[in-house]
Design a protein around this ligand. Structure first.
Ligand code: SAH
Length: 194
């Protein structure tokens, strides 16, 4: 395993993830929004996540900046990164299948929005965010650079902690006791832990 190969693998998983999102994106554009909590704050949070998971590592791959933060590739970490990224893709596939037309890239409620509590949503209430945490972890494992590697954890961390409570409040406003009891039964992103 070389640093170049490890970077190519990171990129390949990014492309696969993008392809997996094409159909949900299209469906989401076709499903009318009934209520939206988007605004400047959500825009900034999405920007932070995009920067950490996409822009910073892509700059690193394209122009090798910041070169001073490189460290030698550790093959076992890269192999672990592949396993984590495979788990991430599986989780994204499942969450999109389970959420169906209810999915949005931001905080929206769609026409005929239903509360999903089955499939992977029976295990935790934010499995797609679990998937993003896995994606950020795989980035650390696959990119041997102290800036580009952890950038995803920081960028997605800002989105997650800045959004999750507001999302749950929105779901409580929409589904009331049904969502409250769902919250009592499930953890946020790690079954039984958090
Ligand atoms: N937080 C969830 C969903 C992320 S997509 C996860 O990590 O899996 C964000 C949109 O999903 C929000 O706009 C919200 O309307 C919707 N959503 C979140 N949880 C949901 C659920 N259990 N059932 C239906 N829609 C949900």
């Amino acid at each position: 395993m070389t640093a170049t190969l490890s970077k190519i693998i990171w990129l390949a998983f990014g492309v696969l993830w993008y392809v997996l999102r094409l159909h949900p994106e299209r469906r989401s554009r076709q499903t009318p929004v009934r209520y939206s909590a988007r605004g400047a704050r959500e825009f900034a949070l999405l920007g932070a996540s995009l920067a950490g998971l996409g822009i910073v590592p892509c700059i690193y791959l394209a122009v090798h900046f910041p070169r001073f933060a490189d460290y030698p590739v550790v093959p076992v970490l890269s192999y672990l990164g592949i396993v984590v990224d495979l788990a991430c893709l599986w989780l994204f596939h499942r969450t999109h299948r389970d959420l169906g037309h209810n999915w949005s890239v931001s905080l929206d409620l769609r026409e005929r929005h239903t509360l999903v509590t089955t499939g992977v949503y029976a295990m935790v209430r934010h499995p797609m965010y679990s998937g993003f945490w896995l994606m950020a972890l795989a980035q650390v494992l696959l990119l041997p650079n102290w800036v580009a590697g952890p950038a995803g954890l920081i960028g997605f961390g800002i989105l997650f902690f800045g959004r999750v409570r507001r999302e749950e409040e929105m779901m409580i406003a929409a589904f009331g006791d049904e969502y409250r009891s769902y919250m009592r039964r499930t953890a946020r992103i790690i079954p039984g832990i958090y």
